[in-house]
Write a protein that binds this ligand. Structure first.
Ligand code: HEC
Length: 140
C-alpha cells in the first residue's frame, strides 16, 4: 500500500516538472504543509498546534478568515492565491474533527485581499480568536 502511494507521488512529481505545475490541494498539502501539520492536521505538541478544531470556527468570522490566510505558513507559501484558497477549503473539509455543515468557501479574490498584509503577533491573534470562538460555540 505504502509503496503504491509513494510510486504515485513520484509519478506525480515527475509529471509536474515544468513551470506551470499545478497540483490538487491534497498534494499541495502533502508537499508544503504536512511536514509541520502532520497528515491529519493534529500537529506537534508545543510546536505546531492542531488545526482539527480551529479551522471551522475560524472560517465563520471575518477576523478568523483573515487569520487563516495571513498565518505565515499559508500566506508565505509559494502557492497562487487560487491554489491557497482551494487548499484552505480542502483543509477545512478534510482535517476538521467535525465536518463543517456549512461554510463559505475561500476564493482567490478573498485570499488576495488579505494575503499581502503581514500578520503581526500571530500567537496573540490566534489566542484571541480561540477565546471568541469558544464564546461563539457557547452562544450558538
Ligand atoms: C514550518 C512549519 C509549518 C509549515 C510548513 C506550515 N505551517 Fe501552518 N502553522 C504552523 C504553526 C506553528 C501554526 C500556528 C500559528 C503560528 O505560530 O504560525 C500554523 C497555523 C496554520 C493555520 C491556522 C490554524 C490555526 O489553528 O492556527 C493555517 C490555516 C495554516 N497553518 C495553514 C498552513 C498551510 C496551508 C501550509 C502549507 C502551504 C502550512 N500551514 C505550512 C506551522 C507550519
Amino acid at each position: 500500500m505504502l509503496w503504491r502511494t509513494g510510486a504515485r507521488l513520484l509519478a506525480l512529481l515527475f509529471a509536474g516538472v515544468g513551470p506551470a505545475a499545478a497540483y490538487e490541494p491534497r498534494i499541495n498539502y502533502m508537499l508544503q504543509c504536512m511536514g509541520c501539520h502532520t497528515p491529519d492536521g493534529s500537529g506537534e505538541p508545543g510546536r505546531v498546534p492542531s488545526v482539527k478544531t480551529t479551522l471551522v470556527p475560524f472560517a465563520t468570522s471575518a477576523a478568523g478568515r483573515r487569520y487563516l490566510v495571513q498565518v505565515p505558513g499559508a500566506s508565505q507559501s509559494t502557492l497562487s492565491d487560487a491554489e491557497l484558497a482551494a487548499l484552505l477549503n480542502w483543509m477545512i473539509e478534510n482535517l476538521s474533527a467535525a465536518k463543517p455543515d456549512r461554510f463559505t468557501h475561500f476564493t482567490a479574490a478573498e485570499v488576495a485581499s488579505f494575503r499581502r498584509t503581514p500578520l503581526v503577533e500571530v500567537r496573540a491573534t490566534r489566542e484571541r480568536l480561540l477565546r471568541s470562538s469558544t464564546q461563539w460555540s457557547k452562544e450558538r
